[in-house]
Write a protein that binds this ligand. Structure first.
Ligand code: ATR
Length: 281
């Protein structure tokens, strides 16, 4: 990227490792669709080199308009950004950076992607007061924030290590409650949404039977795991006659705000894009 003869706008996904990212496929599709002269590429940067990478983004010498941030740089990206927005600051993690007037801005679009996926595939999914989130890692945090901002009155976090759920309940305040796994049946009772934010069921590995009959009959079950597209949890939910939404749309929708910032066009999550990513899985 130091080649100043290169024209157009350029964006990155920076991480270590970063080879398996599907983001280049998504942004490459939109770049072609709009006929934009530009690129989106993976950049492997170690933790030691990350501050220099950000400095070169800030001073313009890298040639990038911005990009995505993934493991292990998400937390440090917020701390090093000049203008972290309220979402990334509250989460303590950013997945999207852009430069404006020589200042690095950060946000986190995971929660927005989560909501947009459900809004697209199951309109009305949010008409309930009570949601249950399984897991207490980084993805869970963004989803809890999104559900709280959407107006859920009770967000129950169930986690194998209950202390991590308690940390999130403390962090988010009075509408978020922590529970051990053993409380799942009780917690699911009367809930209108159940979300798996853990890696349980990834690549089709078996999962325990969840007492999904406790959910409201018109509840929605969703998974952030999207390989396979129909996960063991979603299969269980289908057997209970519940509405299901797969997690692929979250990945696609979380990419929208970044593309708009870097390339100046608002992209759409189309069936063609979905099919392209599925074909690559
Ligand atoms: P991410 O940032 O992707 O959310 P993470 O921070 O490693 O990833 O969090 C993974 C989550 O999946 C945690 O809630 C983890 O539970 P613990 O906090 O008890 O480790 C959960 N998880 C992973 N494997 C699990 C399993 N086999 N059973 C139950 N929970 C699991």
């Amino acid at each position: 990227m130091s080649d100043s003869r290169e024209t157009g706008r350029h964006a990155f996904v920076v991480g270590y490792p970063v080879k398996h990212s599907r983001s280049p496929l998504i942004h490459g599709y939109w770049l072609r669709q709009f006929g934009i002269e530009g690129s989106y590429r993976t950049v492997e940067v170690t933790e030691a080199d990350f501050p220099v990478f950000l400095e070169r983004l800030r001073d313009g010498s890298s040639g990038y308009s911005g990009g995505n941030v993934t493991i292990p740089h998400k937390e440090r990206a917020v701390r090093l950004a000049d203008r972290p927005d309220a979402l990334s600051e509250e989460l303590g993690a950013a997945n999207t950076l852009w430069v404006e007037d020589g200042l690095v801005h950060s946000t986190n679009t995971d929660g927005l992607g989560f909501l947009a996926n459900l809004d697209e595939r199951k309109p009305g999914w949010d008409c309930f007061d009570k949601a249950v989130v399984l897991g207490a890692g980084g993805a869970s945090r963004a989803i809890i924030q999104a559900l709280r901002n959407r107006g859920f009155d009770e967000i129950h976090v169930v986690n194998r290590t209950v202390e991590r759920a308690e940390e999130l309940a403390d962090r988010f305040g009075k509408r978020v409650f922590a529970h051990p796994m053993g409380a799942l049946a009780e917690v699911l009772t009367g809930a209108g949404l159940f979300v798996n934010t853990t890696s349980l069921g990834m690549h089709g590995t078996p999962i325990p039977d969840f007492p999904l009959e406790r959910l409201k009959a018109d509840a929605t079950v969703t998974d952030i795991v999207y390989v396979p597209l129909v996960t063991p949890l979603l299969l269980q939910a289908e057997r209970h006659g519940l509405a299901t939404v797969d997690g692929l749309g979250m990945l696609l929708h979380q990419a929208v705000p970044g593309f708009e910032k870097w390339f100046g066009r608002l992209p759409q999550v189309t069936p063609e894009l979905r099919a392209l990513v599925i074909a690559d899985m």
